[in-house]
Design a protein around this ligand. Structure first.
Ligand SMILES: CC(C)(COP(=O)(O)OP(=O)(O)OC[C@H]1O[C@@H](n2cnc3c(N)ncnc32)[C@H](O)[C@@H]1OP(=O)(O)O)[C@@H](O)C(=O)NCCC(=O)NCCS
Length: 157
């Protein structure tokens, strides 16, 4: 048992996604915001299921060769079981195969669980954005190199 599955989010997931909630991120991810992402050309929203039940989601944008991570959440009663890590690992591997060379994100300075999650995946702090959030809190900027095609040499003319 403990069957986990990562797949892309669809309209049919919206109720379950809203139920997962963001648990204190204060970033205003309501039903409409998720629906807007589903309709966006750059958005790549994902979900993770546990025993066929949706228990987490990951909102990303793919912009050129960069994956931008907007938001990740796991249902409060399923946290600390490696679900967010599994979800992110799956998506990072998928993006690697699809030519992404890096991933970036902003996270609240005070969000210890999220910062630890990203660090556990190899993300490093590369900067900060002062008073980035509406309530005045700073954002920490984190980056992960996914693949490095430039190491193979300069592109052919
Ligand atoms: C952040 C969040 C998505 C983590 O989800 P999760 O499924 O519980 O995370 P995982 O179980 O995969 O944790 C992986 C690693 O992250 C770190 N981590 C996760 N939660 C942590 C916590 N509460 N405190 C410290 N470290 C934590 C640990 O290193 C953990 O590995 P370990 O359990 O072996 O020590 C979840 O807490 C959540 O939904 N928070 C509310 C939404 C949010 O803040 N999202 C981020 C905004 S960008």
């Amino acid at each position: 048992m403990n069957e986990r599955r990562v797949r892309r989010m669809t309209e049919a997931d919206l109720d379950a996604v809203v139920e997962v909630g963001g648990g204190g991120t204060r970033e205003g991810w309501d039903r409409q915001a998720f629906a807007d992402e589903l309709a966006s050309a750059v958005a790549r929203p994902w979900v993770i299921e546990l025993e066929r039940e949706l228990v987490g989601y990951l909102m990303t944008w793919r912009v050129a060769d960069e994956l931008q991570i907007l938001h990740v959440a796991v249902r409060a009663d399923q946290r600390r079981a490696g679900l967010a890590q599994d979800l992110l690992k799956h998506v990072l591997a998928h993006e690697d195969t699809d030519g992404a060379t890096g991933a970036t994100l902003e996270v609240r300075r005070s969000n210890v669980p999220a910062r630890a999650l990203y660090a556990s995946l190899g993300f490093t702090v590369v900067g900060e954005r002062r008073r980035y959030y509406q309530d005045g809190e700073d954002a920490v900027l984190m980056t992960l190199f996914i693949g490095a095609p430039y190491l193979a040499g300069p592109p052919s003319p």
